[in-house]
Design a protein around this ligand. Sequence first.
Ligand SMILES: *Cc1c(COP(=O)(O)O)cnc(C)c1O
Length: 388
Amino acid sequence: MTGFTERLGAVLAQRRRDGLYRQRQTLQSAQGPVVRIEGREYLNFCSNDYLGLAAHPRVIERFREAAAEYGVGSGASHLVCGHSAPHHELEEALAEFTGRERALLYSSGYMANTGILTSVLQRGDYVFEDRLNHASLLDGGLHSGARFQRFPHNDMSALQVKLEAAGGPRLVVVDGVFSMDGDTAPLAELADLCSAQDAWLMVDDAHGFGVLGARGVGSTEAARLAPSSVPILMATLGKALGTAGAFVAGSELLIEGLIQQSRNYIYTTALPPAVAAASLEALTLVRNESWRREYLANLIHRFRIGAEQLGLSLLPSASAIQPLLVGDAVRAVGLSERLRENGFLIGAIRPPTVPAGTSRLRITLSAAHSEIQVDQLLDQLAACWTAD
Ligand SMILES: *Cc1c(COP(=O)(O)O)cnc(C)c1O
């Protein structure tokens, strides 16, 4: 008798009772506005493929070519012999695009965030995080050994009080766009506060990169921040860029420090080179074809106007993440199931991902959607909401 069996069983049973049980669905198609599951097609409003690049023909073609040239696996970690030309070119392009001295690739955003925080921070430092930050940032802060404090969502005066009370190296960490709410951090105020307090600011722009700002650089560009105000900029490649992996951009010193010390960078196999090559192709599309960002902004506007006319309780978000607040977890799951029966895929987001009592449908829009599909979504939401 180990007790593990009973404990695991009890956890699962409790999750079922609370409406918190999670299930995977198996896609039989590429990511896109329409996906196939168990032979049936669904309109997809829950992916983070905001620009529709995950299955873009040019990105796929570049992936194919690079796989033919560089093989499938990278074969080793970056510091051994896994760092190849496509990785290097992508890092240089990302540094240039974000206006930083250097950029460094990680295999995923989760690994980047935990890897950055656990190597930049030391025991005795302070790290301040917005309480709605992504789990990877919270985990990294908690495991860093630094004194870890959360501040209420976007509450600058609470943060200021905390900063003033702390001495020594202090790092403030926020999502640029909050992943479950879709709202943005007050980056200009944060930058001013950090500069006045001589603290560093780290921004995780997983949901802003490629989507926000005149050139698609993200939240920091939209807030017109100089690179020096955000010493640590992190973003993922698996969302708007449609590929996989993540990067951190910053000074030469920061990047060299991470290469030497970040365990999540050092002790793991490098991304497949073809993923890096495909990511560079996607970045080129972001740079050269601004119409996707502009069209997506129009779809977001169209959706919000329509939802308002229908009296739907959308959270205040201007991003591609448009959560519809439900409250109760069981009700959120019920709505998501009804939508699914009617051919619409929208995830119910429940605790512990979001605070108790704030379960929601997390609707995401993409430049790959048509206006007609967005209108169909609105009709469907109205029907399911009133039937509920
Ligand atoms: C998705 C996400 C991550 C994790 O990135 P992965 O590459 O999926 O591991 C980190 N931060 C935020 C804000 C995210 O939304």
